[in-house]
Design a protein around this ligand. Structure first.
Ligand SMILES: Cc1cc2nc3c(=O)[nH]c(=O)nc-3n(C[C@H](O)[C@H](O)[C@H](O)COP(=O)(O)O)c2cc1C
Length: 182
């Protein structure tokens, strides 16, 4: 039986010519170095029908959201994807890989923390952030100077592993339930 934890890698952008592909591919390559994870990509350009999407989110033990920043916020397709499920997010960790201009997408991430709190998901403090992201990747989608981002990713994955493990055990011991009156 495959007892590995499953991570859903969620794409934030559906823009034609998006940088999201390069950043999600880099993120996937980093995650795939860890054999204790199964990875499933969930992409607003290629979403399954709603019931299947919810099933895929339900199967995930945690999420890595790859998000750009658009006008100091997160992209609309990402919000639509998040809003299409509810209990599927609960009591699971969410880590962020963000990108943009000067802020490296961190304003989008801070707003997403509010959204995921409403969904009873646990967002990680540490993430990976690419400032002026388009300058950091070459035309082949490779990072020009990978050391810094790899260091941030290693740190994020250390915490993500702890939360994945802790919350999966907790969910198995006792199903997560909202309190009466909410
Ligand atoms: C309409 C629009 C608004 C943007 N607003 C911001 C912004 O507020 N802050 C920022 O850092 N970058 C901003 N950017 C830059 C994007 O983060 C950057 O173009 C990124 O590559 C977009 O992701 P994508 O290529 O995967 O769609 C904006 C880009 C567009 C097209």
């Amino acid at each position: 039986m495959d007892n590995r934890m499953e991570i859903a890698l969620i794409y934030g952008s559906d823009r034609e010519g998006r940088l999201c592909d390069a950043i999600a591919d880099w993120t996937a390559a980093q995650l795939e170095q860890h054999t204790d994870y199964r990875l499933r990509r969930i992409d607003p350009i290629d979403l399954p029908e709603p019931q299947q999407l919810r099933e895929q989110l339900a199967q995930a033990d945690g999420f890595v959201v790859v998000t750009p920043e658009y006008n100091h916020g997160y992209p609309a397709p990402l919000k639509a994807l998040i809003d299409s499920a509810k209990a599927e997010w609960q009591a699971k960790p969410v880590a962020f890989v963000s990108y943009g201009g000067l802020s490296g997408g961190t304003r989008a991430v801070e707003q997403l923390r509010q959204v995921f709190a409403e969904l009873h998901a646990v967002t990680l403090r540490d993430g990976v952030s690419f400032i002026s992201a388009w300058e950091q990747f070459d035309s082949g989608g490779n990072l020009r100077e990978p050391a810094r981002a790899e260091g941030s990713m290693m740190r994020m994955l250390g915490y993500l592993h702890w939360w994945l493990d802790a919350l999966r055990s907790a969910r198995q011991r006792k199903p997560y339930k909202k309190l009466a009156g909410e």
